[in-house]
Design a protein around this ligand. Structure first.
Ligand code: ANZ
Length: 821
C-alpha cells in the first residue's frame, strides 16, 4: 500500500559531490531548478522489497521475462526502489510539462539545440542502441538547461516507409493504424527511460500538417527548376508485377519470392542535387563533424577536375567520318600517350562506331556486359576484357590514328562514358594494352634523370615525348600540372575540348512506386500531359484512404487504385487532369524536420523567421553512422535550397555531428570438439574435422589474455561479439532491462560502456554492477532498509553544516575524481 511521499529535501552539496556521477544521478531525478518546484509532498516510503515483495514495483514473474533474473540483480533491486521512483518523477514531468521549451523564449539568453536523429517507429520497438545516443543528448540537455541556456530538445517520428506498407499488404491493416500503434509504443518506451524531451513539439512526418510543408518544399524545388522528370531505370519484377526498392532486390532477384528483377526505364521525378555539388563540398570544411563522415561525403560527391576532349572518328584510311567522340580525363597532360580510346558497352554512339565485320562479336560482348553489376565491372582485381569496334579516332595532339575499343571497365554512367586510354600511366589501361597488344607510350617520368620505365607510372613528374609539329602543341619538360593547364588552353583555343569538372554524385531519384509516402502536389492535364503544380492553398494534398495495398501488376503504384482521387480537374482551366500516383521517398520527411521542431504548430509557414534565426542551426546532432551519406547529404541540399529562397538564415543545418557507436550483442564463446567429443583448445584446432560448440558464459573464465573453460583451463575458447539480430537471438530489449534494473541503470550502464562514438559489447554482468552502484547511492542518501524491509521517512541527508571530518573526506574524494590532465 502506498502512503503519501514527502518532497525530497534539498540535497546538500557535501552529499552531492562525493563522486562526479553522483550529483548527475541525483539531479537527473530532479526537475531543473530553473523550471518548477519539486513534486507535491508524498511520503517517501518504499514497499517491502524483501522475500515475496514485488521488486521495483514489477511482479517477479514479469521481471523473469528479461531472462534469468540473477540472484545478484534481485538482491540489488531489493535495495533500490526504482519501480517507485522512476514512474513518480516521469508522471511529475509529464503533468508539469517540465521540459517544455516555451513558444516564446527570452532570446537574450544563449540557446542550445540538441537533436537526436528521429527514429523510424518500427514494429520491433526500441533497441538498446537507441537509448545510447538519447541518453547522451539528455545529459547534455539537462546540463545546458542548468547552465542557463534555452534548450531545444525535441523528439518525433520518421514514419513513412516500406515496413508499414508491407505489413499492410500481408495483413490488410492500414499503415496509418500500424504507424499509430508503433509510435505509441516508442513514445511510452522513451518516456519510461525518463528522457527530457519537450513532448509538446512532437511531430510525425506522416501527419498532413507536417507533410503539407514537405509538399510545399517540393513546389519550391519545382519552381526553381531543381525538380524535373526523366526516364530512369527502376527495378521491375514482372512476376510480382511491381517496382522494387534497391533494398528489396538481392543478387538480381526479389527478396520476396526470389523472382528475377530487370531494369526497366520509367518516367520519374528527379532532384537536381548536382547543381549544389560544389557548395555541398566546400561547406563541409567549416563543419564540426567527424573527419571520416566528411570524407565519405566528399567521396560520394566525387569531384574530379580535368578536361573533356573531342576525338574525331576516322576510318581505316584515316578519313574523317563526320563523327566525334567526347572523352573525360583527369590527366590531359598525358594526351600524347593516348594510344587507344574505349567506349562503354552502353555508349549512345556504339552502333555508329561498330563496323559490319565487328558487329556480331561486339553485340555478344555488350550482352554479356549488361549482366554484370557496376561493382564487378570496376573491380581492379578482375581481368579486363574488351572487343575492337573496327573504328579509329584521330588523337588531336599527335594527329595519329588510334583504335576504338569497347570495354566494360568503362562505365556509361560516369563522365562521357568514353575514355582516352593512356596505358603507360593508368594501371587498368596498362593491363588492357598488354593483353590486346596495344602500343604503350611513356609521356611522364619521375624526374629529369634518364630512366627506363616498364610498368605504369601513375604519379606526377616531368612530361616527356610530348610535342608535335602537326598540332603545334609542345608540353615536353613541363610539370604535369603546368602541362595539363597548357593542354586545356590549347584544347579551348583549337576547339578540341574544354576544361571540365565531373562529379560522381548523380541527381536524386525522388519517387517511389509506393502508397505510404507523401503525395506529389502536382497534376497532369489529360489532353497535353502538362504538369501543373497545386496552389499553396490546396496543400496538404492528403493520401486517399485505400483498402488494397497490393501491387497493381502493371508497374503503376498502388495509388492508381484510388480512381476517384487520381481523377481530378485543373482549378484554373477546368480541364480534366490526373494526379501523380508515385509518392516521395522516405528521405523527404527527414530532410527538414529539424526546422519544424523550432515552430511545430505554425499553420501559415514552415518555420517562423525569428524562431529559425534564434534556434538555427542545430548545435549538436547525434545519430548512427549509417546516415553519414544519404540523409545528411539530402538534408544539407534542401537546407541550402531553403537558404537560397530566404527561408533559413544559415548555410548548414547541423553544426556539430556525433555518431554513436554500435552496441554489439553479449560476447559469445565457442569451443572445439573432435569426432569423439573431446575438447580441443582453440589455438590447436586448425583442422576442419573439429566442430564448434557454443559455451555458456558461466562455464568460461579468463586466464591471462585468453578465455578458457572453467573446469579445464587448458582449453582455450574463441570469444566474439556479433551485431544484435533476431536471427542470432542476441537482441536485448530495453523494456526488459528497465523492468529488471530500472531506467537509470540502463542509462548509466550505456554511458559507462565506453566512449559514445565507439562500438561496444553488451554485458548483463556490467549492468548488474551499475545497478549495485545505484543501490549503494540510494542507501547512502536514504539509508539501509528498516528491519521490516521498508525505508525510513525522508532521507538520512541533513541540512547540518558538514563537520571538518566530512569536509576532509569530501575534498579527498574530489581530488581523486579530478580529471587527469
Ligand atoms: C586519361 C588518363 C590518363 C586517366 C591517366 C587517368 C590516368 P576520376 O578521378 O574517378 O574522375 N574515366 C573517365 N570516365 C570513365 C568512365 N566512364 N569509366 C571508367 N573510367 C573512366 O577518374 C577519371 C579518370 O578515369 C579519367 O582520366 C579516365 O582515365 C577514367 F594517366 O583519362 B583518365
Amino acid at each position: 500500500m502506498q502512503t503519501p511521499i514527502q518532497p525530497l529535501p534539498p540535497l546538500r552539496t557535501h552529499l552531492l559531490n562525493p563522486q562526479p556521477h553522483l550529483p548527475l544521478l541525483l539531479l537527473l531525478r530532479r526537475p531543473s531548478p530553473l523550471r518548477r518546484s519539486p513534486p507535491p509532498p508524498r511520503y517517501l516510503r518504499a514497499r517491502c522489497y524483501g522475500v515475496g515483495g514485488g521488486g521495483g514495483g514489477v511482479e517477479p514473474q514479469k521481471r523473469k521475462k528479461a531472462g534469468a533474473v540473477s540472484a545478484v540483480a534481485a538482491a540489488a533491486a531489493a535495495a533500490y526502489p526504482f519501480g517507485e521512483i522512476e514512474p513518480r518523477w516521469q508522471r511529475f514531468w509529464e503533468e508539469h510539462r517540465t521540459f517544455r521549451t516555451p513558444d516564446e523564449v527570452d532570446t537574450s539568453k544563449p540557446k542550445c539545440y540538441i537533436l537526436d536523429m528521429f527514429p523510424y517507429p518500427s514494429g520491433a520497438g526500441l533497441h538498446v542502441g537507441h537509448p545510447l545516443g538519447y541518453t547522451a543528448t539528455d545529459i547534455l540537455s539537462r546540463y545546458k538547461r542548468m547552465k542557463g541556456f534555452n534548450v531545444l530538445h525535441p523528439m518525433g517520428w520518421d514514419a513513412f516507409g516500406l515496413p508499414a506498407e508491407q505489413y499492410a499488404i500481408e495483413t490488410g491493416t492500414h499503415p496509418k493504424i500500424t504507424t499509430k500503434r508503433n509510435i505509441e509504443r516508442f513514445r511510452s518506451q522513451l518516456k519510461s527511460l525518463g528522457f527530457s524531451y519537450d513532448w509538446d513539439r512532437e511531430i510525425s512526418t506522416t501527419e498532413p500538417d507536417y507533410y503539407k510543408w514537405t509538399q510545399w518544399i517540393f513546389l519550391q524545388l519545382l519552381k526553381t527548376g531543381l525538380a524535373y522528370q526523366a526516364e530512369v531505370p527502376v527495378n521491375w519484377c514482372p512476376a510480382l508485377g511491381t517496382v522494387l526498392a534497391n533494398e528489396e532486390v538481392i543478387n538480381g532477384v526479389s527478396e520476396r519470392g526470389g523472382f528475377p528483377v530487370i531494369r526497366k526505364p520509367m518516367r520519374q521525378w528527379m532532384l537536381k542535387i548536382t547543381a549544389y555539388a560544389d557548395r555541398l563540398l566546400e561547406d563541409l570544411d567549416d563543419l564540426d563533424w567527424p573527419e571520416s563522415i566528411k570524407e565519405m561525403q566528399r567521396n560520394w560527391i566525387g569531384r574530379s577536375e580535368g578536361a573533356e576532349i573531342e576525338f574525331h572518328i576516322v576510318d581505316f584510311q584515316g578519313q574523317e567520318r563526320g563523327l566525334h567522340l567526347s572523352v573525360f580525363t583527369t590527366r590531359p597532360d598525358t594526351i600524347f600517350g593516348a594510344t587507344y580510346l574505349v567506349v562503354a558497352p552502353e555508349h549512345f554512339l556504339l552502333s555508329s562506331l561498330i563496323t559490319e565485320d565487328h558487329r556480331e562479336i561486339v553485340e555478344e560482348y555488350v550482352e554479356l556486359a549488361a549482366r554484370k553489376s557496376e561493382l564487378e565491372r570496376t573491380d581492379l582485381q578482375k581481368e579486363k576484357t574488351g572487343v575492337f569496334s573496327g573504328s579509329y579516332a584521330k588523337n588531336p595532339a599527335t594527329g595519329e590514328k588510334i583504335p576504338i575499343w569497347i570495354a566494360d571497365y568503362v562505365l556509361g554512367s560516369y563522365g562521357t562514358g568514353a575514355i582516352m586510354a593512356v596505358p603507360a600511366h593508368d594501371s587498368r589501361d596498362y593491363e588492357f594494352a598488354l593483353k590486346y597488344n596495344i602500343p604503350i607510350v611513356w609521356v611522364v617520368k619521375p624526374s629529369d634523370e634518364i630512366c627506363d620505365l616498364n610498368e605504369p607510372y601513375v604519379d606526377d613528374g616531368i612530361i616527356v615525348n610530348s610535342s608535335s609539329s602537326v598540332s603545334g602543341l609542345n608540353i615536353t619538360g613541363l610539370s604535369c600540372k603546368d602541362g595539363a593547364s597548357k593542354v586545356i588552353q590549347w584544347l579551348e583555343s583549337t576547339n578540341n575540348g574544354k576544361k571540365k569538372v565531373n562529379y560522381k554524385l548523380r541527381d536524386w531519384l525522388f519517387a517511389r512506386q509506393r502508397y505510404w509516402g507523401e503525395p506529389f502536389p502536382v497534376i497532369y492535364l489529360d489532353d497535353t500531359d502538362e504538369i501543373v503544380p497545386l496552389l499553396e492553398s490546396e496543400l496538404p494534398l492528403t493520401l486517399p484512404e485505400l483498402d488494397d495495398f497490393t501491387p497493381t501488376g502493371t508497374g503503376e503504384p498502388p495509388l492508381a487504385k484510388a480512381i476517384s482521387w487520381v481523377k481530378t480537374v485543373d482549378r484554373l482551366s477546368g480541364k480534366p487532369a490526373r494526379r501523380e500516383t508515385s509518392t516521395m521517398p522516405q528521405w523527404a520527411g527527414s530532410c527538414w524536420y529539424y526546422l519544424r521542431f523550432m515552430d511545430p504548430q505554425n499553420p501559415t509557414t514552415l518555420v517562423d523567421k525569428a524562431k529559425e534565426r534564434y534556434w538555427g542551426p542545430v548545435d549538436i546532432y547525434v545519430g548512427g553512422a549509417e546516415h553519414s551519406v544519404l540523409h545528411l547529404l539530402y538534408a544539407r541540399f534542401w537546407h541550402k535550397v531553403l537558404y537560397d529562397i530566404g527561408i533559413v538564415s544559415t548555410k548548414e543545418p547541423f553544426k556539430c555531428l556525433i555518431n554513436q557507436g554500435l552496441i554489439l550483442g553479449e560476447v559469445e564463446y565457442t569451443a572445439f570438439k573432435d569426432q569423439e567429443g573431446r575438447w580441443i583448445s582453440a589455438d590447436s584446432a586448425s583442422s576442419s574435422e573439429y566442430y564448434q560448440e557454443k559455451v555458456p558464459a558461466e562455464k568460461v573464465t579468463k586466464d591471462g589474455d585468453y578465455f578458457v573453460l572453467k573446469d579445464n583451463p587448458n582449453i582455450r575458447l574463441n570469444a566474439r561479439a556479433y551485431k544484435m539480430s533476431k536471427s542470432r537471438g542476441n537482441v536485448i530489449n530495453p523494456d526488459d532491462v528497465v523492468s529488471e534494473y530500472g531506467a537509470d541503470s540502463l542509462r548509466l550502464y550505456e554511458m559507462f560502456m565506453g566512449p559514445l562514438r565507439d562500438s561496444k559489447t553488451w554485458s548483463t554482468g556490467g549492468i548488474e554492477g551499475v545497478h549495485r552502484f545505484l543501490a549503494r547511492t540510494w542507501r547512502l542518501i536514504v539509508g539501509p532498509p528498516l528491519p521490516d524491509g521498508s525505508y525510513r521517512d525522508g532521507t538520512i541527508a541533513s541540512n547540518d553544516e558538514p563537520t571538518m571530518e566530512q569536509l576532509r573526506t569530501l575534498h579527498k574524494c574530489i581530488a581523486k575524481c579530478k580529471p587527469q590532465v
